[in-house]
Write a protein that binds this ligand. Structure first.
Ligand code: PMP
Length: 327
């Protein structure tokens, strides 16, 4: 492996920077960059899976579309198109030799050292784009996928769409996520669920949420100030293809306690069952049958073992020639 090992974490020794590959050690910014002081970044989190036909990136185009959408909301012109970000990612994975990895593209407002600007006004600051990749295991722990996790409802309200648009995956949104996550961890939970400003269920600090009730899947609508999750969309489509009804509607906090099953979705968390909320056991207290079935289908799709629902194309094979050979 061409990678660099840091505390057993394999990291690609190259970073894509504004269209070129630079050394990991040179992918640095000045402390007075706008992003450090004012949180002005938008980013993505994407997974590349190890399949029989080599590494394959899950829903790369959709992730990069969300990246350029986030940049558009914050008036950041990165100079790179969605497709250029996709091509840069593939180039970087090829360079790394990693079979599977987590991909972190980020666009932020930096510092022009010739013409420094230190105010809140972001317009004078240059915009830089980077992509870094590394090998990352299960976000909520290996066991979480099977046994589920214990979560709480946070005392922090989710950001509202008219102050910090949740539709953008902006770095600054994660200050709210950090409050939720820290409170949960210090309270002995693995994760926290935020309610929106009207008191309805919104999402986890880094995951969307689904409830299973009488065989139906229920998930908060985009209006509940959630990130339009790509795993959320994938689960909705997988469920619909399986004939499971999916409803996007508001969910009350108490409905979490009475649900048959509850689970999180996210690129990092994948599909993670929730076995208790606020120490109240959910359903049987372990992964439920619908969660298990959706996980099975999801992992088969991301690992290239079955096609995506409704004829969609969800995998970008890094070694395109290998895919043809195996097909
Ligand atoms: N909500 C938040 C706040 C997140 O950070 C994430 C992770 N990106 C998600 C939901 C899930 O989104 P996705 O499935 O696209 O990773």
């Amino acid at each position: 492996m061409a990678g660099k090992d840091v505390n057993t974490m394999k990291i690609c020794p190259k970073v894509w920077k504004n269209g070129e590959l630079v050394d990991w050690d040179n992918a640095r910014i000045h402390v007075m960059s706008h992003v450090v002081n004012y949180g002005s970044s938008v980013f993505e989190g994407i997974r590349c899976y190890d399949t029989e036909s080599g590494p394959a990136v899950f829903r790369l185009t959709e992730h990069m579309q969300r990246l350029v959408n986030s940049a558009k909301i914050y008036r950041m012109d990165s100079r790179f198109s969605r497709d250029e970000f996709c091509d840069g990612t593939v180039e970087l994975i090829k360079e790394s030799g990693l079979d599977e990895c987590y991909i972190r593209p980020i666009i932020f407002r930096g510092l022009d050292e010739e013409k420094p600007a230190f105010g809140v006004n972001p317009f004078p600051n240059p915009i830089d784009s980077y992509i870094a990749i590394w090998q990352w295991g299960k976000y909520l722990g290996e066991e979480a996928i099977e046994n589920g996790i214990d979560v709480c409802v946070s005392s922090w309200t989710r950001i509202t769409s008219n102050s910090m648009p949740a539709m953008a995956k902006a770095g600054a949104n994660y200050m709210n996520s950090q409050l939720i996550k820290m409170e949960a961890l210090l309270g002995g939970f693995s994760e926290g669920i935020a309610l929106d400003d009207r008191g309805y269920v919104s999402e986890g600090s880094g995951e969307n949420l689904f409830v299973v009730n009488a065989g139906r899947l229920i998930t908060p609508p985009l209006g509940a100030s959630i990130l339009p999750g790509i795993t959320r969309d994938s689960v909705i489509q997988i469920a619909r293809e399986m004939g499971i009804e999916v409803v996007e509607t508001q969910i009350q906090r108490a409905a979490l306690y009475l649900a048959d099953e509850v689970f999180f979705t996210g690129t990092a968390a994948e599909i993670s069952p929730i076995r208790s909320v606020d120490r109240i056991t959910v359903g049987s207290g372990k992964r439920g049958p619908i969660t298990a079935k959706l996980q099975e289908e999801f992992f088969n799709i991301v690992n290239g073992k079955r096609p995506a629902p409704f004829g969609a194309d969800w995998l970008t094979y890094v070694n395109a020639e290998k895919k043809t050979a195996a097909a």
